[in-house]
Design a protein around this ligand. Structure first.
Ligand SMILES: NC(=O)c1ccc[n+]([C@@H]2O[C@H](COP(=O)([O-])OP(=O)(O)OC[C@H]3O[C@@H](n4cnc5c(N)ncnc54)[C@H](OP(=O)(O)O)[C@@H]3O)[C@@H](O)[C@H]2O)c1
Length: 371
């Protein structure tokens, strides 16, 4: 049996759901995988049993309704989100409801994770677990909680594989790497990114991850003169310098929603000899774009201005329309939505029944804003 998402597996997933989910819900993503236009995220919530149960049920529901992109991170809910994903997938596979090669499992490393619960003294916990054990030196740590040190990343990949119960993690993101820029200058940052990319390429070689990328918050949404700014072209160049054109830096994740449309609107990325948007740069560089926080942590699920219903037609709720906006953004492959409730999974995956909004309808939201 395949130990990772594959072209064939993700196509099988689409074909298996052909009677219930339209084919245009699936888009061609990195390395030829077919990705659902709506994915499930697992960030929010307490590290407790009730939240585990909610995510477990929502995972099963969303997969049955046509989601094959699952997003998590080792630090989410003190590793409990990764563990719930691992448990839910193992159960579905054991029951014959799913095959491993049909789902694209994505996680992140960078932030030091707790283990199952939040300790009373986080600083001491990090010191003992990561510095005391020799995995990190004090100089490797930024803001007391973030590191891209090679030895540390090797350790984190192993922990994530165990939590997820997977031989191969399909996409491994460096989590908010721009955090490092608060402590080191750009040259040192790029040196650290080179070291991290080497670890990730080695992990690809060993079959521990399928590909890698960066999952960011501010990095791609600010102007080039800002301290936290990330240039996608520079990062791809780093990967190419080390590994040539066959590198595996193929994914980026950034927030994209009605309140944060910069991936499409801000021309802050070098594309050949001009500056274009992040989605334009990603397209030119062969990088898949995944949108996070599609509902701005739930804030865009409330009552929204009428123009949203006028532009995102054929949907019943503002949460659905907000998700439709994200999955209709040119260049965005998958809109991630955090879901702990089965009812939300059903409401949100109903959007997959509709084709994405037309480009004209999508642009109406921007002209309305300007008018
Ligand atoms: N820097 C990064 O790498 C980064 C940052 C942020 C997010 N992410 C990824 O992106 C994923 C999505 O972002 P997010 O979870 O932060 O926020 P989000 O998807 O914008 O919003 C999730 C919130 O919306 C609620 N919700 C979902 N569907 C709803 C509906 N139909 N009606 C009303 N409320 C609804 C959820 O409630 P329930 O949970 O109760 O269902 C949850 O509270 C994350 O889970 C994570 O995987 C990555």
């Amino acid at each position: 049996m395949d130990e990772a998402a594959t072209r064939e597996g993700t196509r099988r997933f689409r074909d298996r759901l052909a009677g219930t989910v339209p084919a245009d819900h699936f888009r061609q993503g990195g390395t030829g995988l077919l990705l659902s236009s709506i994915g499930i995220g697992t960030y929010l919530g307490e590290p407790d049993d009730a939240t585990d149960a909610g995510y477990g049920q929502a995972l099963v529901a969303t997969i049955a309704l046509g989601t094959n992109v699952i997003d998590t991170a080792i630090n989410y809910r003190a590793q409990r989100s990764e563990r719930v994903v691992g448990m839910a997938l193992a159960a579905l596979i054991a029951e014959g409801e799913l095959q491993r090669d049909e789902v694209v499992v994505c996680t992140k490393g960078g932030y030091l994770p707790f283990d199952g619960s939040y300790p009373t003294d986080p600083g001491r916990y990090f010191q003992e677990t990561y510095v005391g054990s020799g995995l990190l030196t004090a100089a490797d740590l930024v803001a007391g909680s973030h590191s891209l040190a090679p030895r540390y990343l090797v350790d984190q990949i192993e922990r994530s594989r165990r939590n997820l119960r997977l031989a191969t993690i399909d996409v491994y993101y460096l989590h908010n790497p721009e955090t490092q820029l608060s402590a080191v200058d750009r040259d040192s940052f790029l040196t650290r990114m080179t070291g991290a990319f080497r670890v990730l390429e080695r992990a690809v070689e060993q079959g521990k991850i399928g590909a890698y990328g960066v999952a960011t918050w501010n990095g791609f949404r600010v102007a080039p003169d800002q301290r936290e700014y990330l240039s996608l072209a520079d990062l791809v160049e780093l990967a190419e310098r080390e590994l040539g054109k066959s590198h595996h830096f193929r994914w980026v994740q950034l927030p994209c929603n009605l309140a944060m449309p910069e991936a499409f609107t801000l021309r802050n990325q070098r594309v050949g000899d001009h500056f274009g948007s992040l989605v334009e740069a990603a397209d030119a560089l062969g990088v898949t774009v995944v949108a996070s926080a599609s509902l701005l942590q739930g804030q865009l699920a409330g009552r929204m201005p009428d123009i949203l219903a006028e532009a995102m037609v054929g949907l019943d709720t503002d949460a659905q329309r907000s998700i439709q906006f994200v999955r209709s953004t040119p260049g965005v492959t998958t809109a991630l939505v955090g879901m702990r409730q089965r009812a939300h999974a059903e409401e949100n995956l109903a959007v997959a029944q509709r084709p994405p909004a037309s480009h004209d309808d999508y642009l109406r939201l921007f002209t309305a804003r300007e008018g």
